[in-house]
Design a protein. Structure first.
Length: 577
């Protein structure tokens, strides 16, 4: 049958329409996939979950599992394993900390498809039961205890006015040479895009740098791409793979802003010969007042020259306090005593005379009425301890404002072989003494529990060595507030392990000999601790011997006095005065 010219044109037209329709559907799926992985990048993304959806969102790069933290847990962990082999866990209990991406939504990306079981927990305390992992894109509500589909709304190509996000780079550094005075934006193309484009506009207007997908950026070496920002009013940007893979609407932070298109974070493109590798805190903001925060940094000096570090804080009133002045130590501990907004200041200089700096915002909240317990400080919090000598662990904690308002403490000590070398039990005592007997790394785990059984746990690595170098005390902003009761033993062990200390008898009483074995040792301290915590004793407590402060009551204070006598801090008990 002969086909007319008009029929041929109609057929070709229909084919082109079908091709265009398929292309538009593929682009929409690509935008949806990128948006699912972009939740943490901007507060403008619309996030919902809908149990009526039939399919989970599995188009994002990698497998994501979500938890809606309606139960108000302080942090959310995901522990996953393989049911068939009862192994291949994603980490030791309680698993991996999930990322808070928006409001009460937390997310975790799996690195393997072999895990099919999951437990969500509040860092190991409040927890779900063993649950089957339903697959990528599902969300679990830890209050209603229901799974449903997590639905991420796709982004649109047309830019929209968005509320500025809090994700901003640190203080930009000027570029050198002929680039001085120009404004550039950079993209580290870790995602392997073939062409990186920058679409920029003024929020609330249609003013842009070019039609979608914007201007092609210039590869200046390696994975780094650059685009000159010629309009100072452009405050929004979308990076894309020439219009295909793309970010959501991002706030442009300013000169030398550096976007990483795989990890999806802003940084600063720095040409300073003193290169900063990292500046961080061991605890994420916000924290409660009294919680120890360790500031640390790393940098490379020009031609490998020595780098010196300075750490400071600035409060909301503009008062700056130096925590540690310039020296080679690249960390310092800060114990904030007052709630408020702070700026952490990291200063660097090298032996060649180059200087650099970074800042980080940090929030401290009032913990005076917090229900869940939290650990403020642990001394020692790491480092070297003397072998064959007593090490005293002292804990300061807060929270637990419910029920009886009491906090209970448990100490677990593991030797370098991973064996537990003590008998852990809960007590009201805020300190614990143990003696390392071998060289190597000990693990001290501290559990703090409130009267409603909510528990927080932290572990510390202590290196048992032959001798210990002196360390600087943690820094606090003035005025310095005491973090321990006056009756606590010292934080540093004595140079030598004192022998068993005989005490002066008072009539027929041997003060300090709580277990009535004829000697005053650390066992007497443990006896009083167990007695005070209502834990059964192998033999009756000698209350006359145990009452070393002479107040006719056996308490933790008596145990503390015995510790101080054994350590040589005091020469006699208050009852002997």
């Amino acid at each position: 049958m002969r086909v007319s010219g008009k029929q041929t044109k109609r057929a070709v037209s229909l084919l082109l329409c079908l091709t265009l329709l398929v292309t538009m559907m593929a682009l929409a799926l690509t935008v949806r996939a990128e948006e699912a992985d972009e939740i943490a990048s901007t507060a403008a993304d619309s996030i919902t979950y809908d149990s009526s959806k039939e399919l989970a969102d599995t188009s994002a790069a990698g497998d994501y599992i979500y938890c809606k933290n309606t139960a108000g847990w302080s942090t959310v962990y995901a522990y996953m394993w393989n049911k068939a082999s009862d192994g291949n866990a994603n980490a030791g209990w309680p698993g991996v900390k999930m990322t808070n991406v928006s409001g009460n939504i937390w997310r975790y990306q799996l690195s393997t498809n072999a895990l099919d079981m999951i437990i969500f927990s509040e860092n190991g305390s409040n927890q779900t039961g063993n649950m089957e992992y339903p697959g990528a894109g599902y969300i679990y509500d830890n209050s209603s205890k229901q799974w449903s589909v997590y639905e991420v709304q796709p982004t649109t190509v047309t830019p929209t006015t968005v509320t500025p996000t809090t994700v901003t780079p640190t203080t930009p550094q000027p570029t050198s040479g002929s680039d001085t005075g120009k404004t550039y934006v950079y993209c580290e193309n870790e995602a392997g895009w073939s062409t990186v484009t920058a679409y920029m506009w003024i929020s609330g207007t249609e003013t842009n740098n070019a039609s979608w997908p914007g201007k092609a950026m210039t590869n200046i070496g390696g994975n780094t791409w650059r685009y000159e920002v010629t309009n100072s009013k452009w405050d929004m940007i979308i990076f894309s793979n020439n219009g295909a893979d793309q970010t959501s609407n991002l706030n442009f932070p300013g000169k030398n802003a550096y976007w990483f298109n795989k990890t999806k974070v802003w940084d600063v493109y720095d040409t300073n010969p003193l290169r900063i590798d990292s500046f961080e805190t061991d605890t994420e903001s916000p924290v409660y007042d009294g919680v120890a925060v360790t500031l640390s940094a790393a940098a490379e000096g020009e031609n490998q020259s020595t780098v010196y570090y300075k750490f400071s804080i600035k409060n909301s009133s503009g008062t700056t306090t130096v925590l540690k002045d310039f020296n080679t130590a690249n960390s310092v501990q800060w114990i904030p005593q007052t709630a408020g907004a702070y700026t952490l200041i990291y200063d660097f200089k090298d032996a060649k005379g180059n200087t650099n700096n970074r800042t980080k915002s940090f929030v401290v909240e009032d913990g005076s009425s917090v229900v869940a317990p939290f650990i403020k400080t642990v001394t020692p919090f790491g480092g070297d301890i003397p072998n064959n000598q007593n090490t005293n662990i002292i804990v300061s904690a807060g929270g637990g404002k419910t029920g009886t308002n009491l906090l209970f403490y448990k100490y677990t000590i593991k030797n370098p072989s991973g064996e537990i070398v003590n008998t852990p039990y809960y007590t009201k005592n805020t300190s614990y003494t143990f003696k390392p007997t071998v060289l190597g790394l000990y693990t001290a785990t501290v559990d703090v529990q409130g009267s409603d059984n909510k528990t927080v746990q932290r572990s510390y690595i202590l290196n048992s060595v032959g001798s210990v170098a002196p360390t600087d005390p943690p820094a606090t902003e003035p005025p310095v507030q005491p973090t321990q009761a006056a009756t606590q033993p010292p934080t540093q062990p004595k140079p030598t392990d004192p022998p068993v200390v005989p005490t002066e008898p008072v009539g027929t009483v041997t003060l300090g000999d709580a277990d009535d074995d004829g000697d005053v040792t650390i066992l007497d301290v443990t006896y009083i601790q167990r007695y005070d915590a209502n834990i059964p004793l192998p033999s009756p407590l000698n209350e006359r011997n145990a009452d070393v402060d002479g107040d006719e009551d056996v308490t933790i204070i008596d145990a503390t006095y015995i510790q101080r006598l054994i350590a040589g801090i005091i020469k006699k008990f208050p009852a002997q005065s």
